[in-house]
Each structure stands twice: as structure tokens, then as C-alpha cells.
Design a protein around this ligand. Structure first.
Ligand code: B12
Length: 281
């Protein structure tokens, strides 16, 4: 069951009167369902959509089951991520999301900047590895929360992806996953260290329109050797294959239909392009 709230809770969360909210519901501006007893309920994902679309100001996020919002800037975000302050990180990013920033923009902007800064620590500071692991864990929680706030339509096209064997990096695929969900895709994130054959199997089983592969660690020679056949298998199914991550350029000799993305936003643009041409054909 999706989490849901009452019209009064949403009205109080955005500082408007309950009667205004009921008027908007009657006009179809916010979708309301009824409980068995006839009481109005609004799913959390619908409340989040309404807040973002109407640029409503959230005055009490706790009524939505979210942490009190913080308007900390990018420097404060990096500091909080370094200090392991989960609550500040999540509340700062959720505030930006509710104000209308896309998940892709959040990933390519403040999150990438903070993690780049943290990645430079391990060389200089004995605590760097601990900070890096803790920051990754906070980002995992954050990305799962962001994904839970978007509604994916029932008949959504599917996107499948992950990182290949010997690549331990979790966050790039979690970012692709959450951003594609926001863009209206049903997603299957197979996560890090996934054999290419398994990604191919999932793409076929789920009839994926888009397949992403993340290369953050230097791939083994057998993966490089297996990529042409893998690419052919995905492209022959009519899906888009998108490679990202710092080692993606190793594959620049693959067929030109394979796409390369330096940012999550680019993946979203390619996935949307795929859907437009699929609808046209
Ligand atoms: C967390 C972390 C780890 C964790 C990962 C935990 C986990 N399970 O996920 C652990 C501890 C495992 C780790 C290990 C190592 N790490 Co490390 N790590 C990082 C760190 C801090 C963050 C990585 C991350 O998640 N970034 C967030 C992502 C989202 O950012 P991004 O990779 O830049 O991706 C952006 C774009 O490139 C793009 N993108 C990326 N992938 C994809 C995929 C697709 C499909 C698309 C569309 C887009 C896309 O979108 C993202 C958002 O804009 C980075 C620093 C950094 N700059 O990223 C170092 C970093 C990657 N690590 C580094 C190193 C050196 C190591 C180790 C060798 C350290 C060691 N001595 O053991 C090992 C190697 C592990 C291995 N097997 O390869 C170096 C890599 C240098 C290099 N040129 O290769 C970095 C850059 C740190 C540094 N400045 O030196 N690391």
C-alpha cells in the first residue's frame, strides 16, 4: 500500500486552508482517493507531485513523514556528508527536490561535487576511508528516499542497468535508477558487480527499452572482450544502450548506436529521446 495522508495534513504541510485544498481536489488539481469509510486520502507521491508542480512552500515537512527541511547550501551539504550528519544531508536535498530540482540535477550537481571532494580526502587524511564509506551509506539512504517520492505509471517502459563484475560502485547506478524512475521508467537496478550476461538476461526478461552500464572501476580484459557481443544483443532488441562512468571511453570503438553519457541528466535525455522515437514508429 502506498503511504497516504489526509487533505488536512497536506493543507497544514503547505500552510493553506483545508477548504482550499478540498476545492483543488474537486477541481482535479490533486488526486484524492477514498478509504472504505469514505474519507479522503492523498498518496505521498501525489502530494509530492502537487507540491513540486504548484511550487508550494512546505512549512511542515514532518506532516508528510519527511525530516524538517533545511536550506543549507552546497558547502554545508559537503560538510554534513563528511561529518556523517544523515539528517541534514537528507533534509537539504529533499528541500531542493520539493522546490522542483530534478533527481538528475541533484545527482550531477551537489551530490557529485560533495563526493568528489570526499574522494580527494583519502590521500591526505587517515580518516578518509571511513568518511568515504559513511558518505556512501548516507547517499544510499538518500537515493532510496528520493526514489520513494516519485510515482511510476503502471504501464511505464522499463530500464535495466548496473555495474559489471569487479566494479563495486553502488551510487552511479542508484542515481540512474532514481532519476529514470522520476522520468517515468519502471527500473530494475541490478547494482554493482553484476555479470554482463545477467544484465542481458534481465533486459530480455523485462523487455527493457533502455539499458545503462556504469564503469567506475577499470574493467577486466574479459569484460572489454565481451562488450561488442553484449552491445549487439541489446541493440538488436531495439533498446538504447547507454554507457557512463569514468572508464566508459574504453568502449569508444563499439557501434555508433551505443550512447555515452558523462552525467545522469544525459542518460535521462537519451531515455526520453528513445521513448519519443518508439512512439513515432
Ligand atoms: C565512495 C568511493 C569508493 C567506495 C565505493 C563504495 C561503494 N560500494 O559504492 C570504495 C571504498 C569501494 C572505493 C574504493 C576505491 N576507490 Co574510490 N571513490 C569513492 C568516491 C568518494 C565516490 C564514488 C561515487 O560513488 N561517486 C558518485 C558518483 C555518482 O560520481 P561519479 O562517479 O563522478 O559519477 C558521475 C558521472 O560520472 C556520471 N556517471 C557515473 N557513472 C555513470 C553511469 C551511467 C550509466 C551514467 C549515465 C552516468 C554515470 O554521473 C555521476 C553524477 O554526475 C570517489 C570520488 C568521486 N569523484 O567519485 C572515489 C574514487 C572513484 N576512488 C578512487 C580510488 C583510487 C579508489 C581505490 C583504488 C582506493 C584504494 N586504494 O583501495 C578503490 C578501488 C576500488 C575498485 N575495485 O576499483 C579514485 C579513482 C581514481 C581513478 N582515476 O580511477 C576516486 C576518484 C577518488 C580520488 N579522487 O582519487 N571508492
Amino acid at each position: 500500500m502506498p503511504r497516504s495522508i489526509t487533505p488536512k495534513q497536506l493543507a497544514d504541510a503547505i500552510g493553506v486552508s483545508e477548504s482550499s485544498l478540498k476545492r483543488w481536489a474537486d477541481a482535479g488539481k490533486v488526486t484524492v482517493s477514498r478509504t472504505g469509510g469514505g474519507h479522503r486520502r492523498i498518496t505521498l507521491t501525489e502530494a509530492v507531485r502537487f507540491i513540486r508542480d504548484t511550487k508550494a512552500t512546505v512549512v511542515d515537512a514532518e506532516l508528510l513523514g519527511l525530516p524538517t527541511l533545511s536550506s543549507a547550501g552546497s558547502n554545508a551539504l559537503t560538510t554534513s556528508l563528511m561529518n556523517g550528519d544523515t539528517k541534514v544531508v537528507i533534509s537539504t536535498i529533499i528541500a531542493r527536490f520539493l522546490a522542483g530540482d530534478s533527481i538528475a540535477a541533484i545527482c550531477d550537481g551537489p551530490l557529485r561535487a560533495a563526493l568528489t571532494h570526499i574522494g580527494n580526502l583519502w590521500r591526505h587524511d587517515g580518516q578518509g576511508v571511513m568518511v568515504e564509506h559513511r558518505a556512501t551509506s548516507i547517499c544510499i539512504e538518500l537515493l532510496a528516499t528520493l526514489k520513494s517520492l516519485v510515482k511510476v505509471p503502471d504501464n511505464a517502459p522499463c530500464a535495466v542497468g548496473g555495474a559489471p563484475s569487479a566494479d563495486p560502485y553502488m551510487l552511479p547506478s542508484m542515481m540512474c535508477d532514481a532519476a529514470l524512475a522520476e522520468a517515468g521508467f519502471r527500473t530494475v537496478n541490478l547494482g554493482p558487480e553484476t555479470p554482463l550476461a545477467v544484465i542481458g538476461q534481465a533486459a530480455a526478461a523485462d523487455n527493457a527499452s533502455v539499458v545503462w552500464l556504469s564503469f567506475s572501476a577499470s574493467p577486466d580484459a574479459d569484460i572489454v572482450a565481451a562488450m561488442p557481443a553484449f552491445a549487439e544483443q541489446i541493440l538488436n532488441r531495439g533498446a538504447s544502450l547507454v554507457l557512463g562512468g569514468r572508464y566508459r571511453e574504453l568502449f569508444s570503438t563499439l557501434p555508433t548506436a551505443v550512447r555515452f553519457a558523462g552525467a545522469v541528466g544525459e542518460l535521462i535525455a537519451i531515455a526520453e529521446e528513445h521513448q519519443i522515437s518508439a512512439r513515432a514508429s
